[in-house]
Design a protein around this ligand. Structure first.
Ligand code: NAD
Length: 416
């Protein structure tokens, strides 16, 4: 049987590499290898049929040297303490690389929400908040949605927290519905951030994107917005897109808006007019200027990396490229925009949501967009500079920038 990779071991190995390159002292390295605070809670929840089910759940604050912890809550049947630890570590590096004054955290409930009624989901959300409320708060830890959690679930969680506290705290959680203090621009923030970083990359390397081609693997939230904004902001032509059932391809171009409408109506890309069928594997190997992996992890490996023909690989998904593939792509001159930089737009707008909640003053969409652009552009420049100075690839450079900032904050606090 194939042994499943432990994501936390991978996260620790990535940190080890950065620590060595940065020459971190041993105690600092050891501190950054582990979550600083972990909560494991057991939740009894009443089911609709009158029975009680027990759920296991976690909340981890990985490192809070740069500010309160920030990170989503996943509801997934395969959730483990180690997936949550890894994701919390990655959130620490993500908030650091875009330089927002937050640390990294993550939460998870082991459950399959597809098997729960709406009322059961609401009771589970409230039970979770009751169990972890003491470690939540705008000055401690601010959750957000993640896999299988929605703005509605964030709304219930905020309400439970406020009920416990007896006062309003909209900033305790982000990704809320707009009428409850959610931010304009959160919906497409992840893709938009990736598009801004791609634009900056093209400017830096003198690549003209107008009229050039793009392909998108994974046509969900991130992928659909990347198609629309890639067309609108970068002038790219979409020639292929895919979902879990396969993809569509037309070298003359697919209209992004029609494709999004088609997917939303039919739930699949299959049968889209004037397009050929293409497999997910073939899509990755198309000759395009920009490739957006926007679905799953580990889809670009040492096997297919030599055959990739894109110029820019913008990782909207988390972990789509294996470390060995990274090396191959670097040697072949593909510019890889690493996940925790390329998809940091989501957490950046979450941070802006929290700022608006704190001031009780809400911005127009234009203000969100320019603030997001400013953060993403600055982050790209910092990583690119590190890349040039240290002669490392973009992912290693992003780690060096992020880890060095967290280490500096730990040092300034006198922790080490
Ligand atoms: P989503 O569920 O909305 O979309 C995922 C899409 O991938 C779906 O269209 C699905 O059909 C497709 N898919 C599933 N299996 C596939 C396969 N084998 N081949 C091709 N396509 C497949 O999810 P999302 O929110 O768009 O997230 C996508 C990726 O982006 C994930 O890795 C996620 O962690 C990452 N991400 C998302 C956000 C965000 O704000 N949405 C933020 C940061 C990172």
């Amino acid at each position: 049987m194939k042994k499943k990779l432990n994501p936390f071991s991978i996260a620790q190995a990535q940190l080890d590499d950065a620590a060595e390159k940065l020459g971190l002292e041993e105690s600092m390295h050891e501190l950054l290898r582990w979550p600083m605070h972990e909560l494991k809670v057991t939740l009894p929840v009443k089911m609709d049929d009158g029975s009680t089910r027990i759920f296991h759940a976690f909340r981890i604050q990985y490192n809070t040297a740069r500010g309160p912890a920030k990170g989503g809550i996943r509801w997934h049947p395969d959730e483990t303490i180690d997936t949550v630890r890894a994701l919390a570590a990655w959130m620490t590096w993500k908030t650091s690389v875009v330089d927002i004054p937050l640390g990294g955290g993550k939460g998870g409930i082991v459950c399959n929400p597809k098997e729960l009624s709406e009322a059961e989901q609401q009771r589970l959300a409230r039970a979770y908040v009751r169990a972890i409320a003491r470690s939540l708060g705008v000055t401690k830890d601010i959750p957000a949605p993640d896999v299988y959690t929605t703005p509605q679930i964030m709304g219930w969680m905020m309400d439970e927290y406020e009920t416990l506290m007896g006062e309003k705290h909209p900033g305790v959680i982000t990704g809320k519905p707009i009428p409850l203090g959610g931010s304009e621009g959160r919906g497409d923030a992840t893709a938009r951030g990736g598009i801004y970083v791609t634009q900056e990359t093209a400017n830096t390397y003198g690549i003209d994107l107008k009229g050039q081609t793009m392909a998108i693997q994974g046509f969900g939230n991130a992928g659909q917005h990347a198609a629309l904004l890639g067309e609108k902001i970068l002038g790219l032509k979409l020639i292929s897109a895919s979902d879990s059932k396969g993809g569509v391809y037309n070298p003359d171009g697919l209209n992004a808006e029609s494709l999004v409408e088609y997917k939303q109506k039919r739930g699949s890309l299959r049968g889209f007019p004037k397009a050929e069928h293409i497999s997910n594997e073939q899509l990755l190997e198309l000759e395009v200027k920009v490739l957006f992996p926007s679905a799953l992890e580990n889809v670009i490996t040492e096997k297919n990396a030599p055959r990739l023909r894109c110029k820019i690989l913008c990782e909207l998904a988390n972990g789509p490229t294996t470390p060995k593939a990274d090396e191959i792509l670097y040697n072949n001159g593909v510019i890889v925009l690493p996940d925790f930089l390329a998809n940091a737009g989501g957490v950046t707008v979450s941070y802006l949501e929290q700022v608006q909640n704190t001031y009780n003053l809400y911005w127009e969409i234009e203000e969100i967009h320019w603030r997001l652009r400013e953060k993403m552009t600055r982050a790209f420049r910092g990583v690119h500079e590190m890349c040039q100075n240290k002669k490392v690839n973009m992912r290693q450079a992003a780690y060096l920038v992020a880890v060095a900032r967290v280490a500096e904050a730990c040092k300034l606090r006198g922790w080490i």
